[in-house]
Design a protein around this ligand. Structure first.
Ligand SMILES: Nc1nc2c(ncn2[C@@H]2O[C@H](COP(=O)(O)OP(=O)(O)OP(=O)(O)O)[C@@H](O)[C@H]2O)c(=O)[nH]1
Ligand SMILES: [Mg+2]
Ligand SMILES: [Zn+2]
Length: 303
């Protein structure tokens, strides 16, 4: 009974593409999953390592390996890096959404990398945002797929840091994720769309999560952009985990006057002091407080 192991690189309506490497040769199999997956709450997602069974002729997925991590939106497993992408304008940047995303990534042990795109549309705003995330300590790129600014720097990061890793581009619809991927890897020829002039929102051009092999055993995923609606539906974690998911707060825990400090507005709070002193960006703290309130109310309802 022949079995093979491979990486799930796409998933569309119950049909999966699994990429298998054997003795240096690569084969992509289109296959379905065994019935047990339809009756269990384990959903196979892109990034999973799947075992294929060929005993009935056509390959079927019979098992998936335990995941290192998984995200619900975008639905991806075993990620190492996520490029959190936004635009300097059109659509307008939403830092609260970015900070929620970085917190979720930190919580899942995934490295956030910040991309501020369409910088030629509002260079001052792009600089302002890039400074915020550099201050936090994140690798940050300011790019434009129109002028080409910053594209080489992203390419160099991918070439030097992503060997053997899985990375994904995530961000609101219309920020230019697929366009950037095309600039980096022209052979991908990904579909790109416009931005509604009236609402300044993207048109949800990318519909499915797909992993693209980029050599050196590395993969890059294009993902469908979020809309404002999706923002509320993220799976989230507990209130206690929140300070740990903000790097600049995490590294100051223990420096506050009160051990039960919630780092919102308490007297003697090292985080509030750092915001006042300009060492922590104000917008990051505002996002923290917003998420704190969301989680606090959520847990009230849970009880
Ligand atoms: N001015 C400007 N426009 C850009 C840039 N990059 C992309 N665009 C345009 O922005 C629009 C949306 O780009 P996409 O690459 O489809 O955006 P996306 O993030 O993949 O969007 P979804 O697939 O809907 O999530 C297209 O009209 C692109 O031509 C840029 O650097 N500058
Ligand atoms: Mg796209
Ligand atoms: Zn504090």
């Amino acid at each position: 009974m022949e079995k093979k192991k491979g990486r799930v690189i796409s998933s569309v309506g119950g049909l999966y593409t699994v990429r298998v490497t054997e003795d240096g040769a690569v084969t992509e199999y289109a296959c379905q999953a065994r019935g047990i997956f339809r009756h269990s709450n384990i959903k196979i997602v892109v990034g999973d390592i799947a075992t294929l069974d060929f005993s009935e002729g056509d390959p079927v997925i019979e098992a998936i390996e335990e995941r290192r991590n998984s995200l619900i939106r975008p639905a991806l497993a075993n990620l190492d890096v996520v490029f959190v992408t936004m635009a300097s304008r059109s659509p307008a940047p939403m830092l609260d959404m970015t900070d929620k995303m970085t917190a979720i990534l930190e919580h899942n042990d995934i490295e956030p990398v910040i991309v501020v795109g369409k910088c030629e549309l509002n260079d001052a705003e792009a600089d302002r945002i890039a400074e915020i995330y550099k201050k936090v300590g994140y690798t940050t790129f300011k790019i434009s797929s129109v002028t080409g600014e910053g594209i080489d720097a992203v390419k160099e990061y991918i070439d030097t840091e992503l060997e053997g890793k899985i990375a994904a581009f995530a961000g609101a619809s219309g920020v230019g994720k697929s366009t950037l991927l095309n600039s980096l890897f022209p052979s991908l020829e990904l579909g790109t769309g416009g931005v509604s002039r009236k609402t300044e929102r993207g048109r949800h051009t990318t519909r499915a999560v797909t992993l693209y092999p980029i050599g050196k055993d590395a993969y890059l995923a294009d993902t469908p952009g979020f809309s404002m609606l999706d923002f509320d539906r993220f799976d989230f974690f507990s209130l206690d985990d929140l300070p740990l998911a903000f790097r600049e707060i995490n590294e100051r825990i223990g420096q506050c006057k009160y051990t039960k400090c919630t780092h919102r507005k308490e007297e003697g709070c090292a985080i509030v002091d750092a915001v006042k002193g300009g060492e922590i960006p104000k917008s990051r703290h505002e996002s923290y407080v917003m998420l704190y309130d969301v989680l606090k109310n959520k847990h009230k309802w849970d009880k």
